[in-house]
Design a binder for this molecule. Structure first.
Ligand code: NDP
Length: 339
């Protein structure tokens, strides 16, 4: 059985979903209440592969909210992730994806050192960040959406915002090794990590965000911002394809301009309907078919019986592993969301 650990995008979003799911006591409460709320299994899932095989899974709502990423609440954020993992393990789930900020909190706060959660000793082999599949899908979106728009990668400049992150560095490795992209712009805040990535790739121009946005034909946005950013169309080169891989989505769909295309990044479409309700809660356009690529990774590991933390740690995503998960993705009927 596979599992998905997820969270909602804001307190307001969580309150609305709680109402829809029939938890009025959660609907009326503020952040303090959510900080003390335990994880819950709120969905049973059935997915059928193109091969005909059907697997089952569970969705674990961690009750983490991005508003908890402040000095004052960070202990609650850490508790949410660990408790959700322990809950998944107690439910005997074989392989569980740590969605959205769960894996970022896990890594940034070195939760590998917090293996014991009350009476559960976490077995990290039962968890995956899902980032290898996410990075693979984002790269497919770059290549295929560029084709849709008639953009030639050999004459395109791609800015990767969040280049030194787990997903961002995987995307850079792929673009470097597998495409003929003309120029790679590397954007993040920490200079040393940018320089290390540039050295590893043997290419790439390190630029401040504003400069990169004004020079890029394609922007891959994988910076881990807990809420949206305000960018005006004037700051962006036109035409431009923006692939927003953030969760929550960082680009406002209001950023409307006839020469700017915003594609939801890291989202896959399954070829067959999935039996679940949770994707309605996160406002997917086609909730029976569309899902986050990191969630799909745990489904793929279950289909293939690769019970291992396929994506783990930071900045270890390799091109061969992206190809491996990519092959499984096609085999079982997942496709990247396109324009
Ligand atoms: P990481 O924490 O590993 O990387 C984040 C990157 O963003 C780093 O390069 C970081 O570098 C950079 N960054 C952070 N803040 C800023 C800023 N203000 N300006 C510029 N750069 C910044 O994150 P992940 O790679 O794990 O995840 C990235 C995004 O993808 C998140 O939004 C996450 O929720 C989403 N995601 C989506 C999935 C999907 O299935 N669609 C699956 C998993 C994650 P520095 O700190 O030096 O600035």
């Amino acid at each position: 059985m596979f599992g998905l650990i997820g969270h909602l995008t804001s307190l307001e979003h969580a309150q609305n979903v709680a109402k829809q799911l029939g938890y009025p006591e959660y609907h009326e409460q503020g952040l303090d209440f959510w900080c003390s709320a335990p994880p819950q299994i709120v969905d049973d899932i059935k997915v059928t592969s193109l091969t005909g095989e059907t697997i089952t899974g569970k969705y674990v709502e961690s009750c983490f909210l991005p508003e908890m990423l402040t000095q004052r609440r960070i202990k609650a954020a850490v508790r949410k992730v660990l408790n959700a993992m322990a809950h998944a393990q107690k439910a005997e789930i074989d392989i569980t994806a740590l969605g959205g900020f769960s894996s970022i909190v896990f890594e940034n706060f070195n939760l590998e050192n917090n293996r014991q959660v009350r009476n559960v000793e976490l077995d990290f082999r039962r968890f995956t960040t899902g980032n290898t599949h996410t990075a693979y899908i984002i790269c497919q979106q770059v290549e295929l959406a560029a084709q849709q728009l008639g953009m030639d990668l050999a004459q395109s400049t791609i800015a990767v915002c969040g280049a030194t992150g787990d997903i961002g560095s995987g995307v850079c490795r792929w673009l470097n090794e597998n495409t003929s992209v003309e120029e790679l712009l590397l954007v993040a805040r920490t200079q040393e990590r940018l320089e290390a990535l540039q050295l590893e790739l043997g290419r790439g121009k390190i630029l401040p965000m504003e400069d990169a946005l004004s020079q890029a034909d394609i922007i891959v946005w994988v910076a881990s911002l807990p809420k949206g950013i305000e960018i005006s169309p004037d700051q962006i080169k036109k035409p431009c394809l923006i692939i927003d891989g953030g969760y929550p989505k960082n680009f406002d769909s209001q950023l409307q301009h006839p020469d700017i295309w915003i594609l939801k990044g890291g989202i896959v479409e399954h070829s067959l309907d999935i039996e679940w309700t949770i994707m309605e809660m996160v406002n997917m356009d086609a909730p029976n078919r569309q899902l986050f690529a990191c969630f799909a990774e745990s489904m793929l590991l279950e289909f293939e019986k690769w019970y291992t933390n396929f994506s783990w740690g930071r900045n270890q995503i390799t091109v061969p592993k992206m190809k491996q998960i990519g092959e499984a993705s096609h085999k079982h009927g997942f496709q990247p969301l396109l324009l």
